[in-house]
Design a protein around this ligand. Sequence first.
Ligand SMILES: [Cu+2]
Length: 273
Amino acid sequence: MTVRKNQSALTTDEKRRFVTALMELKRNGRYDEFVTTHNAFIVSDTDDGERTGHRSPSFLPWHRRFLLEFERALQSVDASVALPYWDWTVDRSPRASLWAPDFLGGTGRDRDGRVSDGPFAAAGGNWQINVRVDGRTFLRRSLGAGGRQLPTAAEVESVLSMPTYDMAPWNSASDGFRNHLEGWRGVNLHNRVHVWVGGHMATGASPNDPVFWLHHAYIDKLWAEWQRRHPGSGYLPAAGTPNVIDLNETMRPWHDTSPADLLDHTAHYTFDA
Ligand SMILES: [Cu+2]
């Protein structure tokens, strides 16, 4: 059984295996397929039209399935690997071990945002950015630039306390747990973390930065935590909503899984705590 651990608790060997598996997916081309898929959904998900991956109720089950696909790809390289999660309420500084050279490497240099240490630095030759938002082929970050702050535990708590999963109009204007977690409204959790990392993470091609998976694994964990706190609340909408994925409707691009199929993560993985 896959156990997703807090990234801060990984052993040196676990970090090395995770990075090696990422490198192999990058080398064989599968990694960039995930970047392409994510970018296509970012571009096509709109508040007034069809929306599946983002700014809609299926933001959470869509990313759960997307991460599951990615984790299975990693495990096809090394069966011992699981996706770690990044609790950014605790590891909230660029000095966190997450950003050390033996794991994800640090922030980008001032001039052009180029990440210059760690396994994903362009100079290593193993991490060329192919699914590009501009001409530049090197991974970019600007951790906490401009004095930006990651969300606090109290802010997370305020969102976990919301009893309703999602509400009409089921988009970036909605009240409720999903949109506050996603960040289009209120204290802003998920979106703000993308912006705090900066560089590729602040674009539709955000999975170019491996921290994408650790960020979304924590967002996914917060969904599980919300379910524990609100056992009487379920996924919404239930049925008949135009442009929006209802509970039992299947999601693109897989066409074989509905939100209902993805509500219970324990069928696929558990968390360390
Ligand atoms: Cu996304």
